[in-house]
Design a protein around this ligand. Structure first.
Ligand SMILES: [Zn+2]
Length: 402
């Protein structure tokens, strides 16, 4: 699979460059950027040997990347090191930065990540958005983004793009929130509400969470299912390092996979969906707890303290997750299932029943289930890194704008 899944996502990775001499030069610039980003600091000679171009060709590319501020020279390599001395190259810690933003049901967040992957500015605002119309919420988000941009600019960075994670279905135009049930948003075009001078991508939070896992997770495979939760349950399917988006961009709605076909009615119109058993509301109800501020923290705290009712509710949620995931695993044969978002914090009590159910029901050896270390930060970081990756994937396009 190559570029098509990302065509409608201008700040997403994997854009195809034309097969012309110009396209070749741009591809080679990208190869240099990716190599230095992954393995730097590196000398020009080391870059040349990594990507199989002559040292002269690499020098021309490197000079261009230094001129446009995407790479920097760290000065002569320390004496005493083996090999010829040369100036070590590193990805610039100034210049373009990726802006990530997140619309949560109970919070808004924004951050700026530099090309080295470091978070350089960050802002969060708490407060529920349930039932609020998109306009005032996005206005507050825009204010957070502006605050982060001002802070980043103070450190010599400028925004190369903005990616926004939302808890809902996003059309393939990467602008329109078609449906966000927990916010009660329908067909909201966010591009009209956000700063027009920064290239924008909007995507489902589960997708950005999965990309964060792919790019930042320790030893994450290139074929995996990422399951996450905030209020609802979402999943993202990563195939050979790319998101599987589906025809309309709605792939991954694991929360609405039926677990018991005659179960309780779900707002989606179905019955007995996974969310009715393993969604936050359902688990709180089963545990006899009231929805409050830090719901996941409360569940974890009670389970930790040995509250049998809470533990039973989480075991049941794990079983329901195991049943729903059995369908997905049998269909897609991923290398692993990764639990992220709020689910990661509850993993100790969800995992045993989830694994049992999955092992009992899947054909062949059970698919390993692991827990994300990024936790609730995943979608925000994934969004910012999507912009950073787009810069590494086509540095020439960004240099033209800078
Ligand atoms: Zn449903």
């Amino acid at each position: 699979m190559t570029a098509p899944p990302h065509e409608a996502h201008p700040a997403g990775p994997g854009r195809a460059l034309p097969d012309t001499q110009q396209g070749m030069r741009r591809r080679n610039l990208a190869r240099v950027m990716h190599t230095v980003s992954a393995e730097g600091p590196l000398s020009r000679a080391a870059v040349a040997s990594r990507i199989g171009l002559t040292r002269a060709a690499v020098s021309t590319l490197v000079d261009e990347l230094i001129r446009t501020g995407l790479l920097e020279e760290l000065g002569p390599e320390r004496p005493g090191r083996v090999g010829r001395p040369g100036s070590a190259l590193a990805v610039s810690a100034r210049g373009p930065a990726g802006l990530g933003a997140e619309v949560g049901v109970d919070h808004l967040a924004a951050c700026a990540v530099d090309l080295r992957g470091q978070v350089r500015a960050r802002a969060v605002r708490y407060g529920t958005h349930r039932g609020r119309s998109p306009e005032p919420v996005i206005e507050q988000l825009a204010a957070l983004v502006r605050r982060v941009v001002a802070e980043a600019e103070g450190e010599g960075l400028w925004p190369a793009g903005l990616a926004v994670a939302v808890p809902g279905l996003v059309a393939r135009d990467a602008r329109t929130v078609v449906r966000a049930p927990n916010l009660d948003w329908h067909d909201a075009d966010l591009s009209a509400l956000l700063p027009a001078d920064i290239p924008l991508t909007v995507d489902n939070e589960a997708n950005f969470g999965a990309l964060a896992e792919l790019w930042l997770g320790e030893g994450t495979p290139r074929d995996f299912l990422h399951v996450s939760a905030e209020i609802g349950i979402g999943a993202a399917v990563v195939v050979d390092g790319l998101l599987l988006r589906g025809t309309r961009g709605f792939a991954g709605e694991l929360g609405h996979v039926p677990v018991w076909p005659d179960g309780p009615a779900c707002p989606c119109g179905g019955r007995g969906c996974l969310e009715q058993y393993a969604g936050e509301k359902a688990v709180l109800r089963a545990a006899g707890l009231e929805p409050g501020e830090d719901r996941v923290g409360l569940l974890a705290q009670r389970a930790e303290a040995g509250d049998e009712e809470v533990r039973r509710a989480l075991r049941a949620a794990g079983t329901a997750l195991g049943i729903a995931l059995t369908g997905a695993v049998n269909l897609l044969d991923p290398e692993a299932v990764v639990l992220g978002g709020a689910l990661a914090g509850l993993a100790p009590w969800l995992l045993p029943s989830l694994r049992d159910e999955l092992a009992r029901r899947t054909a062949g050896p059970a698919c390993p289930v692991s827990v994300s270390e990024l936790g609730p930060e995943g979608p925000l970081l994934g969004a910012a890194h999507a912009v950073v990756r787009a810069v590494l994937d086509d540095p020439a396009a960004v240099a033209e704008r800078g």
